[in-house]
Design a protein around this ligand. Structure first.
Ligand SMILES: Nc1ncnc2c1ncn2[C@@H]1O[C@H](COP(=O)(O)OP(=O)(O)O)[C@@H](O)[C@H]1O
Ligand SMILES: [Mg+2]
Length: 454
């Protein structure tokens, strides 16, 4: 018996087949095998693909194959936790006489009959962090169902408990929002997790009719379809310029870290705005640097400092600075040119006018064209982005409309700020850094501080 248990510890698919007498779907098999090998697994998916079922199986497998195992389950709602997850556990526990002999299902927990105090699975609501605190064990598994809906404070309690070698975390859900730990698990915290995505459209468990109806009602690219069917995080904007999906993909690609060094600078206009600097190296944006509450001189000083630091770090003998020269940017541009000349830094300052003329007359101004050019690069996978949650948030919420002359115009910053209560400074700095300027072929030999582009 001991030997079988040890064997099944590494073979959850076999456990499901032999003990529960169930057949795992392909993705469930992958998920189980991954869970057996790793400490943290995050799965986002559409509706009805069998996530709760997978979690119930994982609970039973963990209990069955570890002595004094502890499993802690949580979900955003009582219904999700008891009526769905605990019910699913009950359903599968009943499939096995052996399991039923060893374990007893109760409404809020499953206990090992011979040692109920130390060996159990318990369901706790995600109402307050205390509910999930104080669990430590050699064999410990946390299950977070519909994880997008669970608060970060709850997650912190869970994460704090994951200290032992055989401590695991399995979290599943529809990716309903672009923030929180579940979102981060697929973005900036991605290196901490094994991740999976499962689409309802590909799952044999969800009717084609359900998927087709949703797509017909809302469109394939709508948030509801993304989240409920495709297992994609929401796009948030129907009239957005850049869908979140493209941004996500760019953040997952590896940067090549070669090419020209270009900084795109969006200078803060008001108290709460940020000055944002997008650091571009060839086809990569390596970072977005930001700061607040700085006067013109301080801002200039910081840009120069950043510039020289980056030139040294990336061994570049020259660089380019692109600054939105409208409004306060103008003062910064002038001062930068002076300093660059004084200090003989081989950098060219290019004053851009976000509100000024575009090259292509389908766009009403420079920044509108630049933002669409950025989208095109993302579509063609010609750009990598840093894993910056704020950048993703800002980029995916930039909207456009058509003006009276039928030209594409990006929602003015002032309007964006009214709508979302923040300024899309990072997004605009990035657009500047990658804006298609006039062909480089006509550039005369390098002149420091040239105003050639004006
Ligand atoms: N491999 C499987 N074999 C048998 N039944 C399954 C399997 N996967 C899922 N189910 C069942 O399908 C139904 C829907 O699955 P569920 O886990 O609730 O989906 P989700 O949580 O992704 O919305 C449940 O009744 C579940 O027991
Ligand atoms: Mg479920």
């Amino acid at each position: 018996m001991e030997r079988i248990l040890k064997h099944l510890r590494g073979e959850p698919v076999e456990f499901v087949r032999k003990i529960l007498r169930a057949q795992a779907d392909d993705w469930q098999r992958d998920a189980l095998n991954t869970l057996a090998k790793s400490a943290r697994l995050a799965i986002r998916s559409g509706h009805g693909v069998g996530k709760s079922c997978l979690q119930a199986w994982s609970v039973l497998w963990f209990l069955f194959t570890r002595p004094n195992a502890r499993v802690v389950m949580t979900a955003p709602t009582i219904r999700q936790l008891y009526d769905i997850l605990m019910a699913e556990i009950s359903k599968w526990l009943k499939r096995s006489e052996l399991l039923e002999e060893l374990f007893e299902w109760q409404k809020t927990k499953v206990i090992f009959k011979a040692e109920p105090e130390n060996y159990y699975a318990v369901a706790r609501t995600a109402a307050k962090p205390e509910n999930l605190q104080g669990f430590h064990a050699e064999h410990l598994l946390f299950i977070l169902d519909e994880a997008s809906g669970i608060g970060d404070d709850i997650f912190e309690a869970v994460e704090g408990a994951l200290t032992g070698t055989d401590n695991k975390l399995l979290m599943c859900g529809n990716p309903t929002r672009n923030s929180g730990f579940f979102y981060r698990a697929f973005h900036e915290d991605r290196e901490l997790y094994q991740t999976m995505k499962v689409s309802s459209a590909e799952s044999g468990r969800v009717s084609d009719e359900y998927c087709k109806r949703l797509i017909k009602q809302y469109g394939e690219d709508s948030d509801v379809v993304r989240v409920r069917v495709l297992g994609e995080f929401p796009k948030s904007e129907s009239d957005g310029v850049i869908p979140l999906e493209l941004i996500e993909a760019a953040m997952m690609r590896e940067p090549a870290r070669q090419g020209e060094l270009i900084l795109g600078v969006d200078v803060a206009r008001q108290g709460n705005d940020l000055t944002a600097v997008a650091v571009r190296l060839g086809d990569d944006c390596l970072a977005i640097k930001t700061w607040r509450h700085a006067d013109l001189m301080t801002t200039t000083g910081r840009i120069i400092h950043l510039l020289t630091e980056l030139m040294t770090k990336h061994k570049k003998s020259r660089a380019e600075l692109r600054i939105d020269d409208d409004g306060l940017g103008a003062g910064v541009t002038d001062r930068l040119k002076e300093v660059i000349k004084e200090r003989q830094i081989a950098a060219q300052v290019i004053a851009c006018h976000n509100g000024g003329k575009s090259r292509d007359n389908r766009y009403s101004n420079f920044i509108s064209e630049a933002m669409f050019a950025l989208r095109e690069r993302l579509e063609q996978k010609l750009l990598t982005l840093p894993r910056d949650e704020n950048l993703a948030g800002e980029l995916s919420t930039r909207r456009f409309t058509l003006n009276s002359a039928d030209r594409i115009i990006l929602e003015p910053k002032s309007q964006y700020k009214k709508r979302l209560g923040r300024s899309p400074d990072r997004a605009d700095a990035l657009a500047l850094a990658f804006a298609p300027l006039r062909s480089r072929a006509v550039l005369p030999s390098f002149v420091a501080g040239s105003s050639y582009w004006r």
